[in-house]
Design a protein around this ligand. Structure first.
Ligand SMILES: *Cc1c(COP(=O)(O)O)cnc(C)c1O
Length: 361
């Protein structure tokens, strides 16, 4: 494909490795790198390659795991949602995947394919300690353990849970979930922490912590910046100015005339829009760096263009470089201005944006 359009995402794999090391430093034992959803939109194969010395990888489903297994025959691969059907169990056995069990129906599916399973499958039992999404309730766990232990094709390895609120200033709800979890009377090794819990020190008893968003250099907390956590940005999103003009005081810019110039204003038009994954909900004032200087979004995001107030900015021309997020504009700031989180901005980048990969750091 010909890439003459200026939009691209640069993925800094050295910074990714740095962030994994940060997760390791905050963890007592192992850290699995969560690379579901195409490594949070960063491109799973190159991200996995950069993290091939991680203790293990975690993905959402068997489909995601199989792509990785071909390249990494030995790495532990945890499937966070476990089986959706009998075939998933058969594939897990053939490809040595670690499967989460969160519902008794999954054991029924195993039953359907039992005769096709030759080597036992490692499973982690998921406990619902307060998220109330998936998992066995604490009072059901001992019965579930008994049931799984009776199945010769399964090997129960760990007990796990997932936080609903480990990113909050007040960690009471998170502590309560851990209390519910550790009150369960069993001696399996455990896995509880996501990025926020890792960075809050809630993972002291974890055998395996599960780092996702922090690997990609975004802060899981609304109240702490990535930089203050010593996380480095991994994705930089770039484009260029394609038009430059002045609007007069009182004139409006873009769809719906949302931005109205309070004075004569120089507007740079940048070739990026929601067709690339730049959030349409971004408000006026969302930070954008043009020609290495801080500027503000002015007017609604279009499919292929945005408009930026560059009145205070020097040396801007057609062709000037623009950073939408990366080293200079924190992706978390852009997310805040669009009423979302960096997780979603990363995942929403569209296939129109070419990814390029570097090791600089
Ligand atoms: C996605 C996911 C994680 C990683 O969460 P982050 O907040 O990105 O660190 C951990 N555990 C489970 C079960 C997940 O689904």
């Amino acid at each position: 494909m010909n890439h003459t359009r200026a939009v691209f995402a640069e993925i800094n794999l050295s910074n990714l490795q740095h962030n994994y090391q940060q997760a390791k430093q905050h963890s007592p034992n192992q850290v699995y790198a969560v690379i579901k959803a195409d490594a949070y939109g960063h491109g799973v194969m190159l991200v996995a390659e950069a993290l091939k010395h991680a203790d293990g990888l975690a993905v959402a489903c068997v489909d995601e795991a199989l792509k990785l297994r071909t390249e990494y025959p030995k790495l532990p691969i945890l499937v966070l949602q476990g089986a959706y059907c009998g075939e998933d169990w058969r594939l897990a056995s053939v490809h040595n995947l670690v499967m989460v069990v969160h519902h008794p129906q999954q054991l029924e599916w195993l039953n359907e394919v039992d005769s096709y399973i030759y080597s036992p499958i490692s499973v982690w039992l998921k406990v619902n300690t307060g998220m109330n999404r998936i998992g066995a309730r604490p009072e059901q766990v001992n019965a579930a353990i008994t049931q799984i232990s009776a199945l010769p094709k399964l090997k129960l390895d760990k007990l796990m849970t997932h936080h609903s609120s480990s990113d909050e200033v007040n960690l009471e709800a998170a502590q309560l979930q851990l209390q519910n979890f550790y009150n369960i009377n069993c001696d399996l090794p455990t896995s509880t922490a996501n990025s926020a819990a890792i960075l809050s020190g809630l993972n002291a008893k974890d055998d395996v912590s599960r780092a996702g968003i922090m690997l990609y250099g975004s802060s899981p907390f609304a109240h702490k910046s990535a930089m203050s956590l010593n996380l480095k940005p991994v994705m930089g999103l770039y484009s260029q100015v394609i038009s430059l003009h002045t609007v007069k005081k009182g004139e409006a810019v873009g769809y719906g005339q949302r931005f109205i110039a309070e004075k004569d204003t120089q507007i740079a038009v940048v070739a990026i829009g929601y067709g690339d994954g730049y959030p349409r909900h971004a408000v006026d004032g969302t930070p954008v760096f043009v020609n290495d200087q801080p500027c503000k979004l002015a007017g609604r995001v279009s499919m292929d263009m945005i408009t930026v107030d560059v009145s205070e900015c020097e040396g801007v021309n057609v062709g000037s470089s623009v950073e939408l997020w990366g080293e200079q504009v924190s992706v978390d700031e852009v997310a805040r201005h669009s009423q979302t989180i960096a997780y979603e901005l990363f995942c929403r980048l569209t296939p129109r944006v070419p990814r390029c990969y570097t090791y600089i750091g």
